[in-house]
Design a protein around this ligand. Sequence first.
Ligand SMILES: Cc1cc2nc3c(=O)[nH]c(=O)nc-3n(C[C@H](O)[C@H](O)[C@H](O)COP(=O)(O)O)c2cc1C
Length: 401
Amino acid sequence: MYALKIRPPARNHLSRRVANLNDFEAETERFLPPALFHYVAGASEDAAVYTRNLRAFRERAFFPRVLVDVSGRSTSTTLFGVEHPHPFGIAPMGFSRMIAPDGDIVLAQSAAEAGLPFILSGASLTAMEEVAAAAPSSWFQAYLPGEESRIDGLIDRVEAAGFRTLVLTADTAVHPLHERAARHGFVSPIRKTDLRLAWQGISRPSWVRQVLLRNRMAGFHFRFENMDASAGPPVLSSTLIRDIGRRDAFSWRHVKMVRKRWKGNLVIKGVMSAQDADLAEKAGIDGIIVSNHGGRQIDCAVSALASLEQITAKGLSLKVMYDGGIRRGSDVLKALKVGADFVFVGRPMLFAAAMAGRDGVAHAISLLSHEIGMNMALLGISGLEGLRDVEMVADNQEASA
Ligand SMILES: Cc1cc2nc3c(=O)[nH]c(=O)nc-3n(C[C@H](O)[C@H](O)[C@H](O)COP(=O)(O)O)c2cc1C
């Protein structure tokens, strides 16, 4: 049963300063070195896809119903046989441990506490075994190279760690240009000798203390822990690009290999075309995440919501999930109305973890779930299945409706 109360955040300043998911970004800018802040907030090239993702939600609107008893409403839904109290989870984000103190663990535990899925990134800096022990309901996302010899060992490690859902990210054949982040000093691989970064550290002492110097200067030794069967290269590695392997050779052939070996739920993230959704279904994949990586990869694609519309129109039997640009509870409802079974949220959750750790993420979850329940009440529905009967139009059709 959904309660209309926002859970009081542990720190008073949180509720005063953060009234919705967008507010976390400005708050975090004071804590993070500019290189990292712009790495998270930014997108590729001209941020055209990023902007399109956000705009797609603003351009759609509902016809609300009134005089319906909605006093017993619930936001719960079931995904892969697990009931979740709300229809959203936390998307995978690399480098989280460098952005928020103990970022991966904080996100994983906050999601688990709220009964929501968290996806650990394949570009994370915390060993997957540690995250699985701290939050056993987490999912794992892999970045696989198109090199068969490196795939089986990683898949077996993910299984041995206890994960039951594996997500393969498919939209990263190459690394695009993140000009905004680069302009502020974020270049990968990060160079120890970069004086700009040293200066940024001096200007953000709390981040230095809480991230870099935490646990006996652990920040200086962060590695990509989860790219292979064993720990991968250090973040400060000059051979990083070579060590990551041939992602540009990763193809359906490798996906089929993984399908044979992995017995749990297999999800492909980054699907944007109906043809690829079809291929996923034919390959025996359990679910897809319709996503353009939050505008961080290709910058000449349609919005993720426009793709979702095309894909759900095919009526496939696999689970169709969504991410990209979700900032309001009404955005969640719009994605579900377009046909998504579930959605994931990226940047705001990471900013929340950076700003206030587990209290911050709990506040973000509470704000979003409150907005979902509030909008359901105002739309005149008691359960998410009620969205079937609510009409939604694109803004440009409103005039003729
Ligand atoms: C800092 C950052 C790191 C990310 N790293 C990954 C990653 O390692 N793997 C992945 O599949 N997606 C990654 N993403 C993309 C997210 O999973 C997700 O698709 C995107 O953030 C959703 O858009 P939103 O931020 O507008 O909610 C990353 C996104 C951000 C902001």
